[in-house]
Design a protein around this ligand. Structure first.
Ligand code: ADP
Ligand code: MG
Length: 555
């Protein structure tokens, strides 16, 4: 204590309900919490992984196979478990895919760390060993990876399909993979050094329910899912001058708020005339600007609708802000905010076409921008489709910009593990054991892929290891046949960058948990370790309660 005070740190005064768990108990507590979270997503890994149905407190249902979505929706309130959720979020942000892998590997690293702790190996040595192993593993991924020609459409399609396999997008994966590759290529530019830059900002994803996923389409331009505000308006305008407006075509709010006391009917009439005048002026400003079409982010007054229709102008109200922003790219237009000073140069130019079977405007213009229009029968279907497509877009974009892929189906993990074991021979001290434990943890991926496919995970791993010993770097698991195959040739390919990121995220999370030897909680803390195989401390009271509630029905 005196030392703490000297360092100028506050003395810790704990409240009555406060609890403190230290050393091995703290480690055990944290490790089991983290492992429980990891375990909860493991069954979704790979093409044969199952989906989860998540029901939130409002009764909203999400059906998904996406690791990060599951963890985000799970409503976890255990702090250690939350750190694992952050791994998934980092992975999602940095790589767009591989969240289940990152979280599962983090859980396995901690499981193996627990064994080492039991052998009285100090956490510092484990942390150091994991860190060394992770650095080396990243190097090996770089060494093993194959270079990609960014114009190699076949390969890019395989990357997209690998990412979609086992997801809602799977049923139409050939069609969707082609759309994804086309979309990414449309928004790719070459920079001065000959590198490829993919700007997904120019790509918009729009969803529509009611039709089959196979009818999804890639369009140049934007779609706006709205109706004209007035029946007498044109529903299509070709060669149109288009205004994007983010203020209402209504009487200014400041005016409507003022209270008017009317003493005789003529005063009321005057007041109404003034309002009508104001609306007229706004419509006139639109007419004067030369606009044939107005996409308005705010409301449009009934009277204004009537005048606009009379002028033959197509107007849409309450357009989404994101749609308006995307339209600025598609039309090379600027958003107009003030109708009293419109610069006609802010208007864009293009065609507005009405879909025949769907209530959509298809807007194309002089600028950039493509829209991936995803269709599906119901909201649940479309939502899961969208999550799968977003991941696939990210990985294809990454493959184009980074230019490296690795063989999936566990091939990369088994090869890196093999090389790490060689590397471990040169590592001295207790750290060597940690490097070996790290290698073992990576092999969780093929083991779980096999397990989820109903195959024997031990046999699979033995076969895979043997193939890699024979120098077959790309030997992975065909989850459908159970055979060991060259997964790269079989089209199961993933971006190297996502794998590197998964290693980094998993290691950082595991090390973060291992570094903690003291938990001081303001509230009650359950020290029930929980039996991991039975689903971890999910049902424990107190600190783990939230997790139990969130995951109750899923494990
Ligand atoms: P993540 O959230 O980690 O991306 P996924 O459920 O998408 O989890 O599973 C990814 C794993 O599935 C990767 O290891 C990948 O190589 C593997 N995989 C994908 N498609 C196939 C396939 N057709 N055969 C074998 N493994 C596959
Ligand atoms: Mg994936």
């Amino acid at each position: 204590m005196s030392q703490r005070m000297q360092q100028g740190q506050p003395m810790i005064v704990m409240g009555e309900d406060a609890q403190r768990v230290q050393d091995r108990d703290a480690q055990d507590y944290n490790i089991s919490a983290a492992r429980a979270v990891a375990k909860s997503v493991r069954s979704t890994l790979g093409p044969k992984g199952m989906d989860k149905m998540l029901v939130d407190s409002m009764g909203n249902v999400t059906i998904t196979n996406d690791g990060v979505t599951i963890l985000k929706e799970m409503d976890i309130d255990n702090p250690t478990a939350e750190m694992i959720v952050e791994v998934a979020e980092t992975q999602e942000d940095e790589a767009g895919d591989g969240t289940t892998t990152a979280v599962s590997v983090a859980g396995e690293l901690l499981k193996n760390a627990e064994d080492l702790l039991e052998q009285d190996i100090h956490p510092t040595a484990i942390i150091k060993g994991f860190h060394l192993a992770s650095e080396q593993a990243r190097k090996e991924v770089g060494d093993i990876s194959d270079d990609v020609d960014p114009d190699d459409e076949d390969l890019l399609r395989s990357v997209a399909e690998t990412s979609m396999t086992g997801k809602g997008a799977e049923l139409n994966k050939e069609h969707l993979a082609q759309l994804i590759v086309d979309a990414v290529q449309k928004v790719t530019v070459e920079d001065e050094e000959g590198g490829h830059v993919v700007d997904l900002e120019f790509l918009n994803i729009e969803t529509q329910t009611g039709r089959a996923a196979g009818e999804s389409d890639l369009l140049s331009g934007a779609v706006v899912s709205k109706d004209p505000v007035h029946d007498n308006m044109p529903s299509e305008v070709e060669d149109a001058d288009i205004m994007l407006l983010d203020s209402p075509i209504e009487v200014d709010e400041a005016d409507t708020d003022t209270e008017v006391s009317v003493t005789d009917p003529s005063q009321l009439q005057q007041f109404l005339d003034r309002e009508e005048e104001e609306i007229k002026e706004k419509v006139e400003a639109i007419v004067d600007s030369g606009a044939d079409v107005v996409f308005c982010q705010k409301g449009i007054d009934d009277l204004a609708q009537h005048y606009l229709a009379k002028e033959g102008i197509l107007a849409v109200r309450r357009a989404k802000k994101s749609d308006i922003e995307f339209l600025t790219e598609v039309l090379e237009a600027n958003v107009v905010s003030d109708l009293s000073s419109v610069d006609p140069a802010d208007l864009g130019h293009g065609d507005v076409v009405r879909g025949e079977e769907d209530d959509l405007f298809y807007v194309s213009g002089d600028g950039h921008g493509v829209t991936l229009l995803l269709r599906g029968s119901t909201d649940h279907v479309v939502d899961e489709l969208k999550r799968g497509i977003e991941d696939a877009l990210e990985v294809v974009a990454q493959t184009v910009s980074d230019g490296r892929v690795v063989a999936g189906g566990g091939a990369i993990e088994v090869e890196v593990a093999r090389r790490l074991r060689d590397y471990a021979d040169g590592v001295s001290g207790r750290e060597q054991l940690a490097v070996e434990a790290y290698a073992d943890a990576l092999e969780l991926v093929p083991r779980v892929l096999a397990e989820n496919a109903g195959l024997d995970s031990i046999d699979t791993l033995v076969d895979l290891r043997a193939a890699h010993e024979d120098g077959d770097q790309r030997a992975g698991l065909n989850v459908f046949s159970g055979d060991v195959v060259d997964t790269h040739d079989a089209g199961v390919v993933e971006p190297a960058h996502a794998k590197e990121q998964a290693l980094t995220s998993a290691t950082e999370a595991a090390n973060l948990v291992l570094k903690i030897d003291d938990i001081i909680s303001a509230g009650e803390l359950s020290t029930d370790k929980g039996d991991d195989e039975a689903g971890g401390p999910g049902g424990a009271p107190g600190g783990m309660g939230g997790m139990g509630g969130g995951m109750g029905g899923m494990m």
